[in-house]
Write a protein of this length. Structure first.
Length: 355
């Protein structure tokens, strides 16, 4: 019969040299693998005669148990020391003084949206939104812009299907329709959001931002529109005086329609809003067309209203002296570091809108 004591001390000698995971694995195979020492000993049982079998098997089993336990203990020790090493490396000294953490900045477009929201909510407008992917009914038909109307071409629409039903909204005006369809007048809302047109140069980007305004009630007149826009421009540009000019224009969904310019001048190379004799177009507006009101089941003999659409990116460019619109959407972190706003400095009417 095999000398189990001898075998055991041989194996224990091998295990003694195990000092890392790799050597552990190879020793384990050497002992318990397909051709391992213990495995081979088990294979022999079949060829033994009855008298030897019992003693042999019992010795072999206890050897196997002993070695297994020793190996398992080794493994636990390895794992424990790996964890200890990790803990040692990753330990944090919570008593160290804090390091300055440079958080991200608020993009000028987001900043302007926060500012206009603050300005309009002070005079009773609430905020609505609608989907970027619109269908042609909300974007055009309901806004009194039937098929083949030249205004559809002017918008350079991105269509999303061949039937020209789904599209990327070309303006925020569909939110007027969505808002009026879902409840009853009066309506007094603004709707900031992304809009899309097939157009790209220094002052046009295929994706840009608009702010829609809509106020529908009994006896609303063009005077209210004017008053509202004066209030808005003064608050937004943080100036006492502004010069505003209404130019007759045309939109299918307003009648009469106007485009609004604000006066400015260049002083020491900087743009000054509200003074001077130069004009800059900032928005389109008008009285909501009676046909639009009918489309959303509002009686135009009872209710009237005004609507306006402002280019948000353009407002941001004017107010914060940024002269290339494309940089807005290039995601250059250095640009944002320079033009962005402190996230903790939320614009409010009473604390001030901007730096
Ligand atoms: N939707 C128009 C545009 O994008 C702007 C506008 C809005 C005009 C509301 C009148 C009333 O050009």
């Amino acid at each position: 019969m095999e000398n189990f004591n001898q075998i055991e001390s041989n194996i224990l000698n091998k295990i003694k040299n195990v000092n890392d995971r790799n050597s552990y694995d190879s020793i384990k195979t050497e002992i318990f693998g397909k051709k391992g020492i213990i495995t081979e000993l088990f294979k022999k049982i079949g060829s033994l005669n009855q008298s030897e079998k019992k003693e042999y098997a019992s010795k072999l089993n206890s050897l196997k148990t002993k070695i297994t336990e020793i190996l398992e203990k080794k493994l636990t020790d390895f794992n424990q020391s790996e964890i200890n090493k990790k803990l040692e490396n990753e330990k944090i000294d919570v008593t160290l003084p804090g390091r300055t953490y440079f958080a991200g900045k608020i993009h000028p477009v987001s900043q302007v949206i926060d500012e206009v929201t603050s300005i309009f909510s002070e005079i009773g407008f609430s905020v609505e939104d609608g989907p970027d992917v619109e269908n042609e009914y909300y974007n055009f038909s309901a806004l009194n812009t039937p098929e083949n109307h030249p205004a559809r071409d002017m918008h350079d629409t991105f269509y999303l299907d061949r039937s020209k039903d789904l599209l990327l909204r070309t303006h925020t005006s569909p939110v007027q329709i969505r808002t009026m369809l879902k409840s009853k007048p009066p309506f007094k809302i603004i709707a900031p959001g992304r809009t899309y047109r097939h157009d790209s140069d220094k002052t046009h980007s295929p994706m840009f931002h608009q702010l829609e305004g809509l106020h529908v009630d009994k006896n609303i007149s063009m005077g209210h529109l004017k008053g509202c826009l004066y209030y808005f421009v003064k608050k937004f540009f943080e100036v006492e005086k502004v010069k505003i000019r209404f130019r007759p224009s045309h939109f299918p969904f307003t009648e009469p329609s106007a485009e609004v310019d604000i006066g400015y001048k260049i002083h020491n190379g900087k743009i000054k809003i509200g003074e001077g004799d130069k004009w800059l177009e900032i928005l389109g507006c008008g009285m909501v067309h009676p046909k639009v009101l009918k489309n959303v089941k509002v009686n135009p003999n009872q209710y009237q209203g005004y609507a306006f659409g402002v280019g948000i990116d353009r407002l941001a460019m004017l107010k914060y002296e940024i002269n290339d619109l494309r940089a807005f959407f290039e995601s250059d972190i250095r640009w944002l570091e320079f033009y962005g706003f402190d996230p903790l400095d939320v614009p409010t009417n009473y604390r001030g809108l901007s730096r």
